[in-house]
Design a protein around this ligand. Structure first.
Ligand code: HEM
Length: 143
């Protein structure tokens, strides 16, 4: 049961980051400045789902990992602070900054620098979450 909650929360977090990433690229390529601003605002609201999903994944994960010292679990434990740190120190501040600039219609060099950084950090987190899901399957004896 706890494993299922854990896996679902982790997959939800990954799916939310994927939606943020794809909608960011799509609206940058195809959208009007107003549509870019609307996506930026929607991403801020989406953080209200992403952050609890990541907290639930981490919380249940560390509980499931109690007393386990196998390699997949150790790797997952090492990755989680990177995922959380990347999220809290890069993705959240970037989302706030970009929403604020887009709301003001200020699409300048700083906007695109932070936008690039956000896409890179988002891709890194997606990769780390994917690796944690793969090691999770292994840890559960299903890999
Ligand atoms: C975003 C990060 C994470 C994702 C996406 C994730 C995803 C998953 C998935 C998909 C499974 C397999 C469930 C199954 O096949 O039934 C799993 C299992 C597991 N995860 Fe995670 N996980 C994450 C973080 C963590 C963390 C931080 C820990 C703590 C070390 C952890 C510990 C475990 C353990 C111990 C299992 C095996 C449970 C069992 O044997 O029943 N996970 N995880």
């Amino acid at each position: 049961m706890l494993t299922r909650v854990h896996a679902l929360a982790g997959l939800a977090a990954g799916a939310i980051i994927l939606v943020f990433w794809v909608s960011t690229v799509a609206v940058e390529l195809l959208g009007t400045p107003q549509q870019v601003a609307a996506v930026k605002t929607a991403i801020l609201w989406g953080l209200l789902a992403l952050i609890p999903a990541l907290m639930a994944t981490g919380g249940t994960g560390f509980r499931l990992a109690r007393g386990r010292r196998d390699a997949p679990v150790r790797r997952k434990k090492t990755r989680m602070p990177l995922i959380a740190g990347n999220g809290l120190l890069v993705l959240v501040p970037a989302a706030v900054f970009l929403a604020w600039r887009a709301e003001d219609g200020r699409f300048d060099g700083a906007f695109y620098a932070v936008q690039g950084l956000e896409l890179l950090a988002g891709a890194a987190n997606l990769a780390l979450i994917g690796l944690n899901a793969r090691d999770g399957r292994r840890a559960a004896g299903r890999g």
